[in-house]
Write a protein of this length. Structure first.
Length: 248
């Protein structure tokens, strides 16, 4: 396949991933395997994906700020808790052999599909109090490590931790989440960059697609769109996971 065709495909997939991230979450479960399928080794694909993640969350934080929906002081404190784990996770990721990275990624993606199948459909009652749990701190350190290491599905982990342990409503959960991911992604990206594990051309093309997809998703009002995305995402993740594990 010619290079210009790869770039067009990557931009288009970035658009889909950005749309999914806004409406459902889990876009990296599409972009990271695609970068591997395009010829990048695991660590290089992982680092390149961080370029799009950083830019996408920068735009998200800016959007929340323009809508006067931010709490940078608390978001910053939460983000600091993720930094040690994110740095250690990124350091492990750049040293992990490509074959092992693909296997781990494949298993994680199948786990995400299973969690999506069996996740509760019941509506939750969102609380507005600011109570916190002592479990919040080790949870954020652990999630930071996972995010620095592989990133795929980390949004779901943050959503669960902030909802159950910080006890804030859905808008605030997303507000904190995008700020936290932006902050810990920067040093993680730096580690990949220092180790020569970033393809800037692919990363910026992908970032352009995710930015456009995120804008499109934020302005889309399609009835039942999330349900459709859920099924498409599960099918795509499962196929890519099986491919990564070498089962076909």
């Amino acid at each position: 396949m010619q290079e210009w065709m790869k770039l067009i495909m990557l931009f288009a997939l970035g658009g889909v991933a950005g749309f999914i991230n806004v409406n459902a979450g889990g876009g990296s479960s599409l972009t990271l395997p695609m970068l591997i399928f395009m010829g990048l080794d695991g660590a290089l694909a992982n680092g390149t994906n961080r370029v799009a993640i950083a830019i996408q969350n920068l735009f998200a934080v800016s959007s929340f700020r323009k809508q006067k929906n931010h709490h940078f002081k608390l978001s910053g404190k939460l983000a600091l808790l993720t930094l040690p784990g994110a740095i250690l996770g990124a350091m492990l990721a750049v040293r992990l052999p490509h074959g092992w990275f693909q296997r781990i990624l494949g298993v994680i993606m199948i786990g995400i599909v299973i969690s999506m199948v069996f996740s509760s459909r019941k509506k939750k009652v969102w609380r507005e109090d600011e109570l916190t749990s002592p479990w919040l701190y080790p949870a954020l350190v652990a999630i930071g490590f996972y995010g620095g290491f592989i990133q795929v599905g980390v949004g779901f982990l943050f959503m669960a931790a902030l909802y159950h342990l910080l006890h804030v409503n859905l808008v605030k959960v997303n507000m904190h989440k995008v700020f936290i991911v932006l902050i810990y992604t920067l040093p993680a990206l730096g580690i990949f960059l220092i180790n020569g594990k970033v393809n800037w051309i692919y990363g910026l093309i992908l970032a352009g697609g995710t930015a456009l997809g995120g804008w499109w998703g934020a302005h889309a009002a399609v009835k039942g769109g999330e349900k459709m995305i859920r099924y498409v995402l599960m099918a795509a993740i499962f196929i890519m996971a099986v491919k990564l594990l070498g089962l076909f």
